[in-house]
Design a protein around this ligand. Sequence first.
Ligand SMILES: Nc1nc2c(ncn2[C@@H]2O[C@H](COP(=O)(O)OP(=O)(O)OP(=O)(O)O)[C@@H](O)[C@H]2O)c(=O)[nH]1
Ligand SMILES: [Mg+2]
Length: 298
Amino acid sequence: MGNCESSTHDKQIHPAKDIALPVPPHNNNPYENGNGDSLQSPPPHISDSIKGGPTFSLEPSAFSISGGTNPSGLNNDWLNVKDALNRNRQIEEQIMKDHRKLEKVIKLLLLGPAESGKSTILKQIKIIHLHGFSMADLGEKKPLIFRNIYESIIQLIKGAHSLGFELPANLQTDIDTFCLFFNDYQFGDQMEFPKTMYPVVKRIWANERIKEVYAQRSDVYVMDCAKYFLENLDRICSESYIPTTSDVLYSRQQTVGVSEIRYNYKDLEFRIFDVGGQKNQRRKWIHLFDNVTSIVSF
Ligand SMILES: Nc1nc2c(ncn2[C@@H]2O[C@H](COP(=O)(O)OP(=O)(O)OP(=O)(O)O)[C@@H](O)[C@H]2O)c(=O)[nH]1
Ligand SMILES: [Mg+2]
């Protein structure tokens, strides 16, 4: 059969294929035959077996690498090569390991202008995935919530002026009183709403002209949380007040720099980055783009 003949042809061209080379026992050192013999020159039976074939040289020179031998008889250069190969294999394994780990990390950036809700999303994630806010966390938000109320009132007063609204004389008295208070106010650990300011703030917010200012927020700046906190003034000004989760969600504090939260969901690790959206904060965004999986833009 033609197929059988072709094997004869193979034999003629590659006689070396037919040489039955002894299979050495498993041995990591190719310069040693497993019996402790150095293979710096080939075993005699290999060269003896090659008769009449094409050039098939296993000359000792083919095995010789300069560099001398160490006391165990092994070539030093070969040991260096072996070491380098081992190190290379370890590095490659580590790279693969890191790569597989990285595939399970979701790096998410929240990007957008100031007050677009980036930090609010972060707070919501904390509630859903990280056990929310403890009583201590909630209590700590009191000074911030008070400040949000003061700032809302100031913005409403400024808004009334810039819209050219005429305000009744009795309201003007309250406005003057509040402005005096606000001029001296310093943000700190204020844990109680000042009793004298409670009725003043309440009357200012109850005024119809001030409500009109709030309605015209497209023309004047008033923070989003103003209405929520001013409508909850009685509760917030009570002595036993402890902020609720909803209060914390509405509280507004400009982010400076970058904040990050991490959590695990199924077998994925989420890393969420919240940045400051003010113009002077945006140059910090560039440092976060390495290995980003997704961007949520507001
Ligand atoms: N209307 C409304 N406003 C909300 C709600 N939740 C939060 N807010 C307000 O939305 C605003 C979102 O502000 P942040 O989350 O601090 O905005 P930000 O994008 O982190 O802003 P910067 O840190 O300055 O970049 C706050 O004023 C909140 O009071 C909501 O459910 N409804
Ligand atoms: Mg923020």
